[in-house]
Design a protein around this ligand. Structure first.
Ligand code: PHE
Length: 342
């Protein structure tokens, strides 16, 4: 046993001192020490000469030795591959590899801009399903059964279940938030919506919206106006003018549409604003009491406002995109133009 230990010590010293310049020498090391006729194998063979009561101890010692050789082999191997690269094949004067940078989609860029402005006012983001039931997309929003917006012309129904639709607006997420019963609510609902419209340069069967909802005690139309004024100034600049036109949405009362002075011609009249000097950017209003009751919110205690805007149109105007279809065709030549934009 002592003899064996001495022998192993000597081998360890020898192996420790081994160096390898290249892969060939590493392989020679492997064959000499770890190969089928190598040193480790033959030493293992000496186990049979060890007295039975010491076999366990000897086994451990031999295993440690084997591991020691294997570790040495791995070290040599790693060192030789590294040195081959650093020493010979890398030209440190070459310029660094190019890392291709991806680009954000222009609709995502515009959505982020809109969302970040409202986030500064304390609005949080909420999301919901794109396949909705009739109640969340229509019923709870005070859309009576005969309302034209429920017409098959505008809405995609899920064939296997007529109670399901592809949501036509993200107002459905407003209902889901109100149903949670946690007040006050100050939420933004960005997302994709679907309408059965002929695809052309100016309309598409799906597009994106950001809607907003603010519900608390004593929320008034003045709050709505101030919030949207702030948004418009941040989004389109200090000089832009705003006007509200009375409008109708089943889920808000009173309802309005908001126009801003055309940010292309500054109000003088151009093709974008159809010579009117104004561009419509969103719909809004005070949440209808029926909608609040539908969500178990007491309309005598709470009031709120809601608004909704499309994302594609401002994105088209900002980035000079002339055809809505470009947003969904995934043409890399188009998308690449937004590299680095934030
Ligand atoms: N849901 C409306 C639409 O899709 C937008 C809107 C939201 C209008 C909230 C008023 C209040 O057209």
């Amino acid at each position: 046993m002592t003899e064996l230990l001495e022998k192993l010590d000597a081998y360890k010293k020898e192996i420790d001192a081994v160096t390898a310049e290249n892969e060939k020498q590493v392989e020679e090391f492997r064959i000499k020490y770890l190969g089928t006729k190598g040193l480790v194998k033959s030493i293992m063979g000496e186990m049979k000469n060890v007295a039975p009561e010491r076999k366990k101890e000897a086994g451990q010692i031999l295993n440690e030795f084997k591991q020691f050789v294997e570790t040495k082999y791995e070290t040599l191997k790693a060192a030789s591959t590294n040195s081959e690269h650093t020493a010979s094949s890398i030209d440190l004067s070459l310029p660094a590899d190019d890392f291709p940078i991806g680009s954000r989609h222009p609709v995502a860029l515009m959505r982020n801009r809109i969302v970040s402005i409202f986030q500064r006012l304390g609005f949080a983001v909420a999301e919901g399903p794109e396949i909705e039931d009739d109640w969340h997309n229509f019923g709870a929003l005070n859309l009576p059964a005969h309302h034209p917006a429920r017409d098959m012309q505008d809405t995609f129904y899920v064939q296997t279940n007529p109670d399901w639709v592809l949501r036509t607006h993200t107002s459905s997420v407003q209902i889901r938030e109100m149903e949670k019963g946690k007040l006050p609510i100050r939420m933004l609902m960005p997302g994709r919506v679907y309408r059965n419209e002929t695809v052309s340069a100016r309309s598409h069967c799906f597009f994106h919206q950001v809607e907003g909802l603010y519900i608390d005690e004593n929320v008034s139309f003045a709050d709505l106006k101030q919030t949207l004024y702030f948004f418009v100034k941040e989004m389109y600049g200090k000089d832009v003018k705003v006007r509200f036109r009375p409008s109708y949405f089943p889920f808000t009362e009173p309802s309005a549409e908001m126009d801003v002075t055309c940010f292309i011609c500054g109000g003088d009249g151009c093709n974008i604003c159809k010579k009117t000097g104004w561009v419509e950017i969103l719909g809004c209003g005070m949440v209808h009491p029926n909608v609040l009751s539908n969500c178990n919110i007491d309309p005598n205690k709470y009031t709120g406002f809601a608004f909704g805007m499309g994302i594609e149109r401002p994105a088209m105007l900002k980035y000079g995109v002339k055809d809505l279809r470009l947003f969904s065709e995934n043409d890399v030549r188009f998308l690449k133009q937004f590299t680095g934009a934030i």
